[in-house]
Design a protein around this ligand. Structure first.
Ligand SMILES: Nc1ncnc2c1ncn2[C@@H]1O[C@H](COP(=O)(O)OP(=O)(O)O)[C@@H](O)[C@H]1O
Ligand SMILES: [Mg+2]
Length: 401
């Protein structure tokens, strides 16, 4: 049984438009704010960690246009960007993983510091590396490290660090693309849904075989979001495969079968979102799912069903969604603690829990988050000046874990 939430705190420094952010996360987080405020950048910081571990830091940075595009450009020209993730592992141990990347004057970058601690410092597994040199470690032997790579990749060969690596690798990030979901796909690994839904047919096929109960749950929610649709299955066409939907037709007793080609963007996106949320099965269970704008292309009436699906999924998997849709947030029963407000002030992103006025209005059921967003009133609480003075060194060292 996994532990929800997996990530309890995220600290970012100079990551894209985010100068500084230090937020707590619960099982379900709605990151809300206007277009361009920096919501995707927040999720992308977590995604970068996963990409860097899955392939390499170099690859993760290059996919984002290089280190120059990833660190924040501003008049102060910060040379570093940093990420700290505090977590609870599935075995309940707490810990953190943090690194700081420095852009080199010519070109390229180096990992200035990288740190991983599980359990209380000095008691559990830990390492700290500075510019390619191991400074301290709980382990007697340690693989060679270099300044251009994240050591957690090579260190995952040591059993003690493997759970951290596996947990971070099991995060999934989604920005679903109905066009790619509609086209026939090549059969591929269907254990984990890929970021834009490019392997959704294989995932549906995999669930048909290993976890029919999960597929049934996805179909049940799909029907509440898109009432006409009764089910979905994988269909082979020559060397390729595609989705086939069952749909009610007026005047016909048996449901009709529809190829994905005829399905609306909204239906395909809804299926993608639900598959991302409920894909966990005995062979692969993500610990965190980040979903970009799950309500896009859906009818506003589907929002309630979508909110329910998000809440249900977050009982077993941590969920973070970005949204700028007041419709999705028009529910006075969503607790104010579930929201992180995202605003851009002079090009710099501020992210934080809702300010006191918004929380109080929501608690008194005067306004829902959606209504506050419509009125441009959903703003983060001003950060505490004491905390600001500690900003320089909050990426490393023992935190709240
Ligand atoms: N390296 C960077 N430094 C500063 N700002 C950046 C950087 N990379 C992207 N941005 C800014 O981030 C903004 C987009 O943020 P994004 O997370 O996509 O917004 P949202 O998802 O809320 O619509 C753009 O205004 C873009 O200029
Ligand atoms: Mg976005």
């Amino acid at each position: 049984m996994s532990c929800v939430p997996f990530l309890t705190r995220v600290v970012l420094r100079n990551f894209k438009s985010i100068g500084h952010c230090d937020v707590r996360l619960g099982p379900l987080t709605y990151l809300v704010g206007a277009n361009g405020s920096g919501k995707s950048n927040f999720l992308d910081a977590l995604h970068l960690v996963r990409d860097a571990l899955a392939t390499s830091l170099d690859n993760a940075l290059n996919e984002r246009g290089g280190v120059a595009e990833v660190r924040r450009y501003s008049s102060g020209h910060p040379t570093h960007f940093g990420i700290r993730l505090e977590f609870i592992l599935p075995d309940q141990r707490r810990g953190h993983y943090a690194f700081n990347i420095r852009a080199l004057p010519e070109r390229g970058y180096e990992v200035q510091r990288e740190e991983c601690v599980v359990g209380k410092l000095g008691k559990g597994p830990s390492f700290r590396i500075e510019r390619g040199v191991l400074q301290s470690s709980s382990e007697a032997t340690f693989p060679a490290v270099t300044a251009d790579r994240l050591a957690l990749v090579s260190v995952s060969g040591l059993m003690v660090f493997r759970p951290v690596f596996d947990a971070l690798m099991s995060m999934g990030f989604y920005n679903l693309n109905p066009k790619l979901m509609r086209d026939p796909q090549k059969p591929q690994d269907g254990r984990l849904l890929k970021p834009v839904g490019e392997n959704i047919v294989s995932v549906v096929g995999h669930l048909e075989r290993v976890a029919p109960d999960r597929l049934a749950l996805i179909q049940e929610y799909l029907q509440t979001v898109v009432p006409m649709v009764h089910g979905v299955e994988r269909k082979q066409i020559g060397p390729l495969e595609t989705l086939q939907f069952r749909q009610d037709m007026a005047g016909s007793k048996a449901p009709w079968h529809f190829p994905a080609q005829n399905m609306s963007d909204g239906t395909l996106r809804a299926l993608g979102v639900l598959t991302a949320l409920f894909q966990a099965n005995s062979e692969h269970s993500p610990l965190l799912i980040g979903i970009e704008e799950p309500e896009t292309a859906l009818h506003p009436a589907a929002s309630a069903a979508l909110r329910e699906a998000l809440a249900k999924a977050s009982q077993t998997t941590q969920v973070i969604v970005t949204s700028h849709s007041p419709d999705l947030l028009d529910d006075q029963d969503i607790e104010p603690e579930r929201f992180l407000a995202v605003v851009s002030e002079g090009g710099e992103t501020q992210i934080g829990p809702l300010d006191r006025a918004s929380v109080s209005m929501m608690r008194q059921h005067l306004f829902s988050a959606g209504e506050l967003l419509r009125m441009n009133q959903l703003v983060p609480a001003p950060s505490d000046p004491d905390a600001q003075s500690k900003r320089q060194d909050d990426l490393f060292g023992q935190g709240d874990e």
